[in-house]
Design a protein around this ligand. Structure first.
Ligand SMILES: Cc1ncc(COP(=O)(O)O)c(C=O)c1O
Length: 193
């Protein structure tokens, strides 16, 4: 039987202290950082919303599995299991592990990108745009108009503007389009799905 709880159904085993600051101190910190959250020291941040990447707590099962993991440099059992799970989920034959999204993008766009190529997205995530532009290509954002209205309720605000997409493909020619990328969730576009 499933019960719906109004609290988080787990116990917290580890706590990590945070540096407490006043609102006026935090106003000064962010001003000193030129309003660039990447320039803030972490002890000047009370609640960190900069990223969701690798910041969440791990379960007891995950920590336990780490102890049982096979860390062999090559041919590790743990890798074989992960590869099989990814192949099952995606159907892809070739799987290349990377430790972070941006590292995967660096590899992907060094192959798909290059001078003169155009990439089109609902909104390119910052590291996606950076890797595309670094390869010499151009990244173009075409979110739907509804996505720009933060107060509007709309079923799929993560969509891209299909009319603009057609115009861009006609303008640049299909052979010059490196990829059309739908970022889900659209982090840099308000986190829309
Ligand atoms: C679409 C997209 N690409 C890349 C990244 C970067 O991932 P990482 O922090 O693992 O490099 C993110 C992070 O949220 C993302 O949403």
């Amino acid at each position: 039987m499933h019960f719906k709880t109004i609290f988080e159904p787990f116990k917290i085993k580890t706590v990590e202290p945070i540096q407490v600051s006043s609102e006026s101190e935090r106003r000064q910190y962010i001003k000193d950082a030129h309003y660039n959250t990447f320039l803030l020291d972490s002890d000047k941040v009370m609640i960190d919303f900069l990223t969701d990447s690798g910041t969440s707590a791990m379960s007891a099962a995950q920590w336990g599995a780490m102890m049982q993991g096979d860390e062999s440099y090559a041919g590790a059992r743990s890798w074989k299991r992960m590869e099989a799970a990814i192949a099952d989920l995606t159907g892809f034959q070739y799987i290349l592990p990377t430790h972070q999204g941006r590292a995967g993008e660096r590899i992907l766009y060094s192959v798909l990108g290059g001078p003169g190529k155009i990439f089109i997205s609902n909104t390119h995530f910052d590291t996606t745009r950076a890797n595309i532009e670094y390869s010499g290509s151009t990244a173009i954002d075409i979110p739907i108009q509804e996505a720009l209205d933060t107060a509007l309720e709309y079923p799929f605000k993560g969509n891209m503007d299909i009319d603009k997409l057609k115009l861009l493909v006609a303008k640049h020619g299909a052979k010059n389009i490196g990829a059309v990328i739908l970022t889900v969730t659209n982090n840099s576009g308000g986190g829309h799905r």
